[in-house]
Design a protein around this ligand. Structure first.
Ligand SMILES: [Zn+2]
Length: 293
């Protein structure tokens, strides 16, 4: 089953936006699975920008795909030298290194992680699980104003926000506005792929800004509207599910351990199409906002 990745791409997307054209060329070749060309551009990029750890990361992945493990290890170790430990690229590089250097141990850890997830799925919330990967923030008050950039299915976008209101019994509320400067959440759609830090493609991304008091100030959600592999449109169910996931992030939620929850990650297309905002999603949201019973 094809697994796709949904995650908060805050750090890397900002990092990638600053990267040079050489890096983007390498990344394009990487996504086309032309690892020889990708390698060429990532080497060029690391010579030009020796501190670009994302280039080293993709260089490592390119070597790995070319079955050149010794050079992959050198490039990935460079990531650990250059990247800050809180950056997901650092963690991905660490796990790639484990996979290459000690596949048996990596397999064992993966099995342990799966068992832990199963255990987590039995709980009525995923608050603790969610905090493993990140710090979570909240809004100071509701309703939150929302602006939707012109999109042929803007009704699907509205539906996604209304679903959160309904599922939470109006614990969270939104107000749609026509002026983006009045909005705290802006929703955009894109035809272009959204690259992720681990060499995959993101279906959507939510970026936040915070206020000095630690509350959320604003959020920008971007959702992919066509499949990167064949440019066909996503189904309404898929689009709404992905957008609801990103709205969850924009409310301050992190990831759940289960693909039955809207905040699940690493879920298949079918799982994404079939899931809805769950009781666990709402319970976790209420714990986050200090409103659980
Ligand atoms: Zn996510």
């Amino acid at each position: 089953m094809k697994k796709v990745l949904l995650l908060v791409g805050l750090l890397f997307v900002q990092g990638l936006a600053l990267a040079a054209t050489t890096f983007e060329l390498g990344r394009d070749y990487y996504y086309e699975k032309n690892y020889e060309r990708a390698k060429y551009y990532f080497i060029k990029e690391t010579k030009k920008n020796p501190s670009n750890y994302q280039a080293y990361y993709f260089l490592g992945l390119s070597y790995k795909n070319l079955k050149d493990n010794s050079n992959a290890v050198v490039a990935l170790k460079k990531v650990l030298e250059l990247a800050p430990a809180y950056d997901l690229t650092y963690r991905y590089a660490q796990s790639e290194l484990r996979n290459i250097e000690n596949p048996e141990q990596a397999k064992k850890e993966y099995a342990q992680d799966r068992a832990a997830k199963k255990e987590e799925n039995l709980k009525d919330n995923y608050y603790d699980y969610m905090l493993l990967g990140q710090k979570c923030y909240t809004w100071e008050s509701f309703p939150i104003t929302v602006y939707v950039e012109p999109y042929e299915h803007s009704a699907w976008v509205r539906r996604s926000f209304l679903n959160w209101e309904k599922a939470s019994k109006n614990f969270v509320t939104f107000e749609f506005v026509d002026d983006p400067t009045l909005a705290r959440i802006v929703v955009a759609t894109t035809k272009k792929g959204i690259p992720s830090a681990n060499g995959g493609q993101l279906l959507g991304v939510a970026k936040w800004r915070y206020m000095p008091n630690g509350h959320l100030h604003s959020a920008k959600i971007t959702v992919l509207k066509r499949r990167p592999e064949d440019n066909s449109k996503y189904s309404k169910e898929h689009f709404v599910s992905v957008l609801q996931h990103e709205i969850g992030h924009s409310l301050g939620l992190g990831h759940s351990s289960s693909c039955d929850d809207i905040m699940g990650t690493h879920c298949s297309y079918n799982e994404i199409e079939e899931r809805a905002i769950s009781e666990r999603d709402i319970k976790t949201l209420k714990i986050l906002y200090g409103a659980a019973n």
